[in-house]
Design a protein around this ligand. Structure first.
Ligand code: AMP
Length: 278
């Protein structure tokens, strides 16, 4: 595995790979890797000849009161995990390699970004769209693998790729969970033992709503109320408990195939998200 820090060098490598007739799949991450990220690497290997994993904690997708400063980081550990999983190139730039001090271009998706996390994290998806476009341009990827864990992010990136004719195929991979149901997240490492227990409320909320749906419930308001109550009973501070159409991310009145059940909540200071696509 080769570790690359410079965007120019990464582009040079990508050009050579394409020149040799091979394809590239990229897995964008913010590092502190876990099995969820590594499952994306497995998928990426099926999508293309060469796998590039990018490791970059992107400052412009964090709000001023968010956890950029305390986001967990350990590049050496990530390098070992990537090497063991068969990543070909690890692209790990510094902030200064990615953003000029006078950078003045950003990308805005103005519809899907207004909902769910976008409603409570202004500027977040603009930061995501901007960095993802840069990573696509730097790695010249033919395919990019994202996790359903961030289902709204996948929807926004797909819209951006469609609307800007970016020549990359977006692949969505399933959510990887701990044995007790908690969706894996780098942020889980910041939970206290009590916070870790409370965090189970997110997956429990989705499970309860999905069970109600499977038993015939079609009223989206009832599902929202059930998810909120389940999370509150678990000691979480609810950010949202939503049932939306996955095509538009608008609230839906009726639960149906294609409805995204999506939750966000604070366990202590740690904000967690989870979802389930009906
Ligand atoms: P992050 O490092 O949190 O920005 O995540 C990088 C990529 O890994 C995103 O596409 C996430 O959706 C994906 N990811 C994070 N956690 C999981 C998980 N538990 N299962 C599947 N994919 C995940």
């Amino acid at each position: 595995m080769v570790v690359v820090k410079s965007p120019c060098e990464m582009q040079g490598i990508a050009r050579k790979i394409h020149g040799g007739g091979k394809t590239i799949a990229v897995v964008p991450t913010m590092g502190f890797l876990h099995e969820g990220h590594l499952s994306l690497v497995d998928q990426a290997k099926k999508e293309a000849d060469v796998v590039v994993l990018t490791l970059f904690v992107n400052p412009i997708q964090f709000g001023p009161n968010e956890d950029y400063a305390v986001y967990p980081r350990d590049q050496k550990r990530d390098e070992a995990l990537c090497e063991a999983r068969g990543v070909d190139y690890l692209f790990a730039p510094d902030v200064g390699d990615m953003y000029s001090p006078d950078a003045s271009v950003k990308i805005d998706e103005s519809s899907l970004s207004r909902h769910l996390c976008g409603a409570v994290r202004p500027g977040h998806f603009s930061g995501v769209c901007t960095v993802v476009t840069k990573l696509f341009n730097i790695t010249m990827a033919d395919a990019a693998v994202f996790g359903q864990k961030d289902a709204q992010q996948v929807a926004v990136v797909r819209r951006m790729v469609r609307d800007l004719n970016i020549p990359v195929r977006i692949v969505m991979a399933p959510i990887v969970r701990e044995a007790d149901g908690l969706a894996m997240s780098s942020r889980n490492t910041r939970l206290t033992p009590e916070g870790r227990k409370a965090a189970l409320g997110l997956s429990a909320a989705l499970k309860a709503a999905k069970a109600a749906y499977d038993a015939g419930e079609r009223d989206a308001d009832k599902a929202r109320a059930l998810m909120r109550a389940t999370m509150e009973a678990s000691g979480l501070k609810v950010d949202y408990a939503s049932a939306v159409d996955y095509g538009t991310l608008e609230n839906t009145a009726t639960l149906a195939p294609g409805t995204l059940l999506a939750v966000a909540a604070y366990s202590g200071p740690v904000r967690l998200i989870d979802n389930c696509l009906l």
